[in-house]
Design a protein around this ligand. Structure first.
Ligand code: 5GP
Length: 192
């Protein structure tokens, strides 16, 4: 599970992992926000309207969901995650902090990785540099980022995103070491 403040590069790091490590399964979230230029339905997100999102929540089809930046709703479809886990594939969920907390309740054994910016100044530069959101939206995202940075201590590990490839490699190494330690653990040695 990869979480971290907005604009820290979670999307870029997961895109690198998708291209470089085909054995890693990456969850495609549903969202009520509009697609950005270049985003493809079913690849970057499943773009749905509020009615469809409500129906998925009511049918308990989402493993977790949250309203992010007080604007749009995002959620992780449950069934694809369960299928990938059943195949024992390394699974990557790129979600916000509220979602990570929900998954911690339902899947306490998952590995929670916090993607941190090299510095606060760099985070602000990346947020402003993206330039795709209006001022008001950027302010909202910065407010969210302050709260999210404070949550690092809730995570199992931190990866600092100084360079995308290095961060992605480190993330996959962490996932693999968790998977191999899980498979090496016998049922009898599980704590009660
Ligand atoms: P963006 O709109 O920039 O693609 O994403 C905004 C935020 O939504 C990011 O912080 C991203 O991690 C979060 N997000 C994306 N998908 C999900 C999801 O399925 N669940 C939750 N809780 N957050 C998500």
């Amino acid at each position: 599970m990869l979480a971290g403040p907005t604009a820290v590069g979670k999307g870029t790091v997961s895109a690198y992992v998708r291209d470089t490590y085909p054995d890693v399964w990456i969850s495609v979230s549903v969202t009520t926000r509009a697609p950005r230029p270049g985003e493809v339905d079913g690849v970057h997100y499943w773009f749905v309207d509020d009615t469809r999102f409500d129906a998925m929540v009511d049918a308990d089809e989402l493993l977790e969901w949250a309203t992010v930046h007080r604007t749009a709703r995002y959620g992780t479809p449950r069934r694809p995650v369960e299928e990938a886990l059943a195949e024992e594939r390394p699974c990557l969920l790129e979600i916000d902090l509220q979602g990570a907390r929900q998954v911690k309740q339902s899947m306490p054994d998952a590995l929670f990785v916090f993607l941190a910016p090299p510095s606060w100044e760099e985070l602000v530069r990346r947020l402003v540099g993206r330039g795709t959101e209006p001022d008001e939206e950027r302010t909202r995202r910065l407010e969210t980022a302050v709260e999210e940075l404070a949550a690092e201590k809730e995570f199992d590990a931190t990866v600092v995103n100084t360079e995308i490839h290095a961060a992605g490699d480190e993330l996959v190494a962490l996932m693999r070491s968790r998977l191999s330690s899980d498979s090496g653990r016998s049922v009898d040695s599980e704590p009660a």
